[in-house]
Ligand binder design. Structure first.
Ligand code: A2P
Length: 303
Protein backbone atom coordinates (compact mmCIF):
# COMPACT_ATOMS: atom_id res chain seq x y z
CA UNK A 1 0.00 0.00 0.00
CA UNK A 2 1.56 3.35 -0.98
CA UNK A 3 2.15 5.28 2.24
CA UNK A 4 0.31 8.47 1.37
CA UNK A 5 -3.22 8.29 -0.03
CA UNK A 6 -5.90 10.69 -1.16
CA UNK A 7 -8.89 10.84 1.19
CA UNK A 8 -12.30 11.40 -0.42
CA UNK A 9 -14.53 11.76 2.67
CA UNK A 10 -16.34 15.10 2.36
CA UNK A 11 -14.96 15.58 -1.15
CA UNK A 12 -18.04 17.10 -2.81
CA UNK A 13 -19.69 15.80 -5.96
CA UNK A 14 -18.70 17.98 -8.88
CA UNK A 15 -15.21 18.43 -7.40
CA UNK A 16 -14.03 14.98 -6.42
CA UNK A 17 -13.55 13.66 -9.98
CA UNK A 18 -11.30 16.55 -10.91
CA UNK A 19 -9.38 16.13 -7.66
CA UNK A 20 -8.79 12.44 -8.36
CA UNK A 21 -7.57 13.17 -11.90
CA UNK A 22 -5.28 15.91 -10.64
CA UNK A 23 -4.00 13.70 -7.82
CA UNK A 24 -3.14 10.88 -10.22
CA UNK A 25 -1.30 13.29 -12.51
CA UNK A 26 0.65 14.61 -9.51
CA UNK A 27 1.69 11.07 -8.62
CA UNK A 28 -0.83 9.85 -6.01
CA UNK A 29 -1.20 6.07 -6.31
CA UNK A 30 -3.51 5.38 -3.34
CA UNK A 31 -7.12 6.56 -3.22
CA UNK A 32 -9.35 5.98 -0.22
CA UNK A 33 -13.07 5.73 -0.99
CA UNK A 34 -16.27 4.51 0.69
CA UNK A 35 -19.80 3.80 -0.48
CA UNK A 36 -21.25 6.18 2.13
CA UNK A 37 -19.25 9.15 0.83
CA UNK A 38 -21.76 9.23 -2.05
CA UNK A 39 -19.12 10.08 -4.64
CA UNK A 40 -17.89 6.72 -5.94
CA UNK A 41 -19.65 7.12 -9.32
CA UNK A 42 -17.81 10.36 -10.03
CA UNK A 43 -14.54 8.82 -8.85
CA UNK A 44 -15.18 5.87 -11.19
CA UNK A 45 -15.60 8.22 -14.15
CA UNK A 46 -12.33 9.94 -13.24
CA UNK A 47 -10.49 6.62 -12.89
CA UNK A 48 -11.75 5.50 -16.29
CA UNK A 49 -10.65 8.81 -17.83
CA UNK A 50 -7.19 8.47 -16.24
CA UNK A 51 -6.79 4.92 -17.59
CA UNK A 52 -7.98 5.94 -21.06
CA UNK A 53 -5.64 8.95 -21.13
CA UNK A 54 -2.75 6.66 -20.19
CA UNK A 55 -2.04 8.66 -17.00
CA UNK A 56 -1.83 5.44 -14.99
CA UNK A 57 -2.56 1.72 -15.26
CA UNK A 58 -5.05 -0.01 -12.97
CA UNK A 59 -2.35 -2.21 -11.42
CA UNK A 60 -0.34 0.87 -10.43
CA UNK A 61 -3.17 2.17 -8.24
CA UNK A 62 -4.22 1.12 -4.75
CA UNK A 63 -7.98 1.63 -4.34
CA UNK A 64 -9.68 1.15 -0.98
CA UNK A 65 -13.42 1.18 -0.32
CA UNK A 66 -15.62 0.33 2.64
CA UNK A 67 -18.74 -1.63 3.55
CA UNK A 68 -21.39 0.67 5.02
CA UNK A 69 -23.17 -0.05 8.29
CA UNK A 70 -26.45 -1.20 6.71
CA UNK A 71 -24.54 -3.93 4.80
CA UNK A 72 -23.28 -5.94 7.77
CA UNK A 73 -24.15 -9.65 7.69
CA UNK A 74 -22.38 -12.15 5.45
CA UNK A 75 -25.07 -12.23 2.71
CA UNK A 76 -24.87 -8.46 2.25
CA UNK A 77 -21.15 -8.08 1.62
CA UNK A 78 -20.96 -9.41 -1.92
CA UNK A 79 -23.81 -7.22 -3.30
CA UNK A 80 -22.28 -4.22 -1.53
CA UNK A 81 -18.81 -4.64 -3.00
CA UNK A 82 -20.31 -5.38 -6.42
CA UNK A 83 -22.18 -2.05 -6.29
CA UNK A 84 -19.00 -0.22 -5.28
CA UNK A 85 -17.04 -1.92 -8.07
CA UNK A 86 -19.73 -0.96 -10.60
CA UNK A 87 -19.67 2.66 -9.36
CA UNK A 88 -15.87 2.82 -9.40
CA UNK A 89 -15.81 1.02 -12.80
CA UNK A 90 -13.29 -1.51 -11.50
CA UNK A 91 -12.98 -5.31 -11.60
CA UNK A 92 -11.38 -5.51 -8.17
CA UNK A 93 -10.46 -3.40 -5.14
CA UNK A 94 -7.06 -3.47 -3.50
CA UNK A 95 -8.62 -3.22 -0.05
CA UNK A 96 -12.16 -3.55 1.33
CA UNK A 97 -12.86 -2.51 4.92
CA UNK A 98 -15.74 -2.85 7.37
CA UNK A 99 -16.35 0.89 7.81
CA UNK A 100 -17.58 0.84 11.44
CA UNK A 101 -18.29 -1.92 13.99
CA UNK A 102 -21.84 -0.52 14.09
CA UNK A 103 -24.44 -2.58 12.20
CA UNK A 104 -27.55 -0.61 11.21
CA UNK A 105 -30.81 -1.40 9.46
CA UNK A 106 -30.85 1.76 7.37
CA UNK A 107 -28.32 3.95 5.57
CA UNK A 108 -29.14 7.20 7.29
CA UNK A 109 -28.00 7.88 10.83
CA UNK A 110 -30.17 9.35 13.59
CA UNK A 111 -33.28 7.24 12.84
CA UNK A 112 -34.62 5.69 16.08
CA UNK A 113 -34.23 1.92 16.45
CA UNK A 114 -31.94 1.70 13.46
CA UNK A 115 -29.10 -0.03 15.26
CA UNK A 116 -28.41 -3.73 15.65
CA UNK A 117 -26.31 -4.72 18.63
CA UNK A 118 -23.19 -6.81 18.07
CA UNK A 119 -25.05 -9.71 19.74
CA UNK A 120 -27.83 -9.43 17.13
CA UNK A 121 -25.40 -8.94 14.22
CA UNK A 122 -21.96 -10.27 15.15
CA UNK A 123 -18.86 -8.93 13.41
CA UNK A 124 -17.74 -12.55 12.91
CA UNK A 125 -20.74 -13.10 10.63
CA UNK A 126 -19.96 -10.01 8.54
CA UNK A 127 -16.35 -11.15 8.36
CA UNK A 128 -17.47 -14.40 6.66
CA UNK A 129 -18.79 -12.23 3.84
CA UNK A 130 -15.52 -10.26 3.73
CA UNK A 131 -13.58 -13.52 3.43
CA UNK A 132 -15.92 -14.69 0.68
CA UNK A 133 -15.30 -11.59 -1.48
CA UNK A 134 -11.57 -11.94 -0.87
CA UNK A 135 -11.65 -15.55 -2.04
CA UNK A 136 -13.75 -14.50 -5.05
CA UNK A 137 -10.95 -12.05 -6.03
CA UNK A 138 -13.26 -9.03 -5.78
CA UNK A 139 -10.66 -7.50 -3.50
CA UNK A 140 -6.99 -8.28 -2.90
CA UNK A 141 -7.03 -7.47 0.81
CA UNK A 142 -9.60 -7.11 3.59
CA UNK A 143 -9.61 -5.15 6.81
CA UNK A 144 -11.58 -3.03 9.23
CA UNK A 145 -11.96 0.56 10.33
CA UNK A 146 -12.60 2.14 13.73
CA UNK A 147 -11.79 -1.13 15.52
CA UNK A 148 -10.42 -1.24 19.08
CA UNK A 149 -7.83 -3.75 20.32
CA UNK A 150 -10.68 -5.67 21.97
CA UNK A 151 -12.67 -5.99 18.74
CA UNK A 152 -9.55 -6.85 16.72
CA UNK A 153 -8.66 -9.54 19.26
CA UNK A 154 -12.13 -11.07 19.02
CA UNK A 155 -11.96 -11.01 15.23
CA UNK A 156 -8.48 -12.56 15.12
CA UNK A 157 -9.81 -15.46 17.20
CA UNK A 158 -12.34 -16.49 14.56
CA UNK A 159 -10.93 -15.19 11.26
CA UNK A 160 -9.69 -17.59 8.59
CA UNK A 161 -8.14 -14.59 6.83
CA UNK A 162 -6.88 -12.00 9.31
CA UNK A 163 -7.70 -8.31 8.82
CA UNK A 164 -4.67 -6.71 7.19
CA UNK A 165 -5.55 -3.06 7.86
CA UNK A 166 -7.28 -1.05 10.58
CA UNK A 167 -8.18 2.46 9.44
CA UNK A 168 -8.58 4.82 12.39
CA UNK A 169 -8.47 8.51 13.18
CA UNK A 170 -4.83 9.34 13.91
CA UNK A 171 -2.77 12.53 14.22
CA UNK A 172 -0.41 13.96 16.86
CA UNK A 173 -3.32 14.74 19.23
CA UNK A 174 -4.47 11.09 18.95
CA UNK A 175 -1.31 9.02 18.61
CA UNK A 176 -2.87 5.73 19.84
CA UNK A 177 0.49 4.19 20.74
CA UNK A 178 -1.01 1.08 22.35
CA UNK A 179 -3.16 0.36 19.31
CA UNK A 180 -0.13 0.90 17.05
CA UNK A 181 1.96 -1.59 19.05
CA UNK A 182 -0.83 -4.15 19.01
CA UNK A 183 -1.37 -3.81 15.26
CA UNK A 184 2.34 -4.04 14.54
CA UNK A 185 2.57 -7.28 16.53
CA UNK A 186 -0.44 -8.70 14.65
CA UNK A 187 0.81 -7.49 11.23
CA UNK A 188 -2.19 -5.18 10.83
CA UNK A 189 -1.26 -2.04 8.94
CA UNK A 190 -2.72 1.28 10.14
CA UNK A 191 -4.26 3.85 7.83
CA UNK A 192 -4.66 7.26 9.48
CA UNK A 193 -7.84 9.19 8.70
CA UNK A 194 -8.38 12.88 9.52
CA UNK A 195 -4.55 13.10 9.62
CA UNK A 196 -4.63 16.92 9.45
CA UNK A 197 -7.25 17.17 12.18
CA UNK A 198 -9.55 19.08 9.89
CA UNK A 199 -12.93 17.37 9.43
CA UNK A 200 -15.49 19.66 7.76
CA UNK A 201 -17.56 22.03 9.88
CA UNK A 202 -20.57 19.73 10.43
CA UNK A 203 -18.35 16.91 11.70
CA UNK A 204 -16.14 19.11 13.81
CA UNK A 205 -16.83 19.38 17.55
CA UNK A 206 -17.30 22.91 18.93
CA UNK A 207 -14.04 24.29 20.34
CA UNK A 208 -11.99 21.62 18.59
CA UNK A 209 -8.25 22.28 18.82
CA UNK A 210 -6.48 23.59 15.70
CA UNK A 211 -3.76 21.02 15.24
CA UNK A 212 -2.13 22.87 12.34
CA UNK A 213 -1.84 26.00 14.48
CA UNK A 214 -0.10 24.26 17.36
CA UNK A 215 3.14 26.18 18.13
CA UNK A 216 5.04 22.87 18.23
CA UNK A 217 3.88 22.03 14.70
CA UNK A 218 4.44 25.50 13.27
CA UNK A 219 7.96 25.74 14.79
CA UNK A 220 8.98 22.43 13.20
CA UNK A 221 7.46 23.58 9.90
CA UNK A 222 9.55 26.73 10.06
CA UNK A 223 12.75 24.77 10.72
CA UNK A 224 12.11 22.52 7.72
CA UNK A 225 10.74 25.34 5.57
CA UNK A 226 7.58 23.38 4.95
CA UNK A 227 3.94 23.72 5.97
CA UNK A 228 2.27 22.52 9.20
CA UNK A 229 0.23 20.01 7.16
CA UNK A 230 3.43 18.53 5.77
CA UNK A 231 4.84 18.17 9.30
CA UNK A 232 1.89 16.14 10.62
CA UNK A 233 1.79 13.96 7.47
CA UNK A 234 5.55 13.31 7.75
CA UNK A 235 5.00 12.39 11.43
CA UNK A 236 2.37 9.81 10.39
CA UNK A 237 4.65 8.24 7.76
CA UNK A 238 7.69 8.23 10.05
CA UNK A 239 5.63 6.09 12.47
CA UNK A 240 4.89 3.61 9.68
CA UNK A 241 1.23 4.58 9.27
CA UNK A 242 -0.45 5.63 6.01
CA UNK A 243 -2.15 9.06 6.20
CA UNK A 244 -4.97 9.83 3.78
CA UNK A 245 -5.41 13.64 3.76
CA UNK A 246 -8.45 14.85 1.87
CA UNK A 247 -8.15 17.77 -0.50
CA UNK A 248 -9.86 18.89 -3.67
CA UNK A 249 -7.50 21.85 -4.06
CA UNK A 250 -4.63 21.33 -6.58
CA UNK A 251 -2.11 23.32 -4.54
CA UNK A 252 -2.86 21.44 -1.33
CA UNK A 253 -2.90 18.08 -3.18
CA UNK A 254 0.67 18.78 -4.33
CA UNK A 255 1.67 20.11 -0.91
CA UNK A 256 0.40 16.99 0.85
CA UNK A 257 2.12 14.63 -1.59
CA UNK A 258 5.42 16.48 -1.13
CA UNK A 259 5.32 15.67 2.61
CA UNK A 260 6.94 12.39 1.58
CA UNK A 261 10.19 14.32 1.03
CA UNK A 262 10.36 15.70 4.58
CA UNK A 263 12.66 13.91 7.01
CA UNK A 264 11.79 14.74 10.60
CA UNK A 265 14.52 14.41 13.22
CA UNK A 266 14.24 12.33 16.40
CA UNK A 267 13.84 15.60 18.30
CA UNK A 268 10.96 16.67 16.00
CA UNK A 269 9.26 13.31 16.53
CA UNK A 270 9.71 13.51 20.30
CA UNK A 271 8.20 17.02 20.38
CA UNK A 272 5.24 15.96 18.22
CA UNK A 273 4.71 12.82 20.31
CA UNK A 274 4.28 15.02 23.38
CA UNK A 275 1.15 16.59 21.82
CA UNK A 276 -0.79 13.36 22.35
CA UNK A 277 -3.92 13.92 24.46
CA UNK A 278 -6.15 11.18 23.08
CA UNK A 279 -8.34 13.77 21.39
CA UNK A 280 -10.88 12.56 18.80
CA UNK A 281 -12.34 14.95 16.23
CA UNK A 282 -14.59 12.09 15.07
CA UNK A 283 -15.69 10.87 18.47
CA UNK A 284 -18.54 8.60 17.39
CA UNK A 285 -21.34 10.37 19.31
CA UNK A 286 -23.50 10.04 16.18
CA UNK A 287 -23.77 6.30 16.99
CA UNK A 288 -25.01 6.93 20.53
CA UNK A 289 -28.45 8.58 20.35
CA UNK A 290 -31.07 7.58 22.96
CA UNK A 291 -32.07 3.94 22.48
CA UNK A 292 -28.87 2.96 20.69
CA UNK A 293 -27.05 -0.11 22.05
CA UNK A 294 -23.84 1.84 21.43
CA UNK A 295 -22.09 4.08 23.92
CA UNK A 296 -18.75 5.82 23.55
CA UNK A 297 -17.43 3.28 26.05
CA UNK A 298 -18.47 0.18 24.11
CA UNK A 299 -17.70 1.78 20.73
CA UNK A 300 -14.04 2.50 21.50
CA UNK A 301 -13.69 0.01 24.38
CA UNK A 302 -11.99 2.69 26.42
CA UNK A 303 -12.54 4.30 29.79
P1 A2P B 1 -9.39 21.38 0.85
O1 A2P B 1 -10.10 20.19 0.25
O2 A2P B 1 -10.01 22.68 0.47
O3 A2P B 1 -7.90 21.33 0.58
P2 A2P B 1 -8.43 15.79 6.89
O4 A2P B 1 -7.89 14.97 5.76
O5 A2P B 1 -7.58 15.78 8.12
O6 A2P B 1 -9.86 15.44 7.22
O7 A2P B 1 -8.44 17.33 6.41
C1 A2P B 1 -9.20 17.71 5.31
C2 A2P B 1 -9.43 19.20 5.35
O8 A2P B 1 -8.17 19.89 5.37
C3 A2P B 1 -10.16 19.72 4.14
O9 A2P B 1 -10.99 20.77 4.61
C4 A2P B 1 -9.07 20.25 3.23
O10 A2P B 1 -9.56 21.31 2.45
C5 A2P B 1 -8.05 20.72 4.22
N1 A2P B 1 -6.66 20.55 3.74
C6 A2P B 1 -6.18 19.61 2.92
N2 A2P B 1 -4.87 19.76 2.73
C7 A2P B 1 -4.49 20.82 3.49
C8 A2P B 1 -3.25 21.47 3.73
N3 A2P B 1 -2.15 21.05 3.14
N4 A2P B 1 -3.25 22.55 4.55
C9 A2P B 1 -4.38 22.99 5.13
N5 A2P B 1 -5.59 22.42 4.95
C10 A2P B 1 -5.65 21.34 4.13
Amino acid sequence: MPALGLGTWQAPKGEVGQAVLEAIRLGYRHIDCAAIYGNEKEIGEALEAAFQAGDVRREELWITSKLWNNRHGHHNVRPAIEKTLADLRLDYLDLYLIHWPVPMKYVVPHVPNQFLSLEEQPIADTWLGMEEVLEADLTKHIGVSNFSIKKLTQLLEVARHNPEVNQVEMHPLLAQNTLCRFCEAEKIHITAYTPLGRPAAGDRPANAPELLESPVVTAIAEQHQCTPAQVVLAWAMERGTAPIPKSTNPRRLAENLASQNIALTDADMAALNKLDRHYRYVDGTFWTPPGSPYTLQNLWDEG
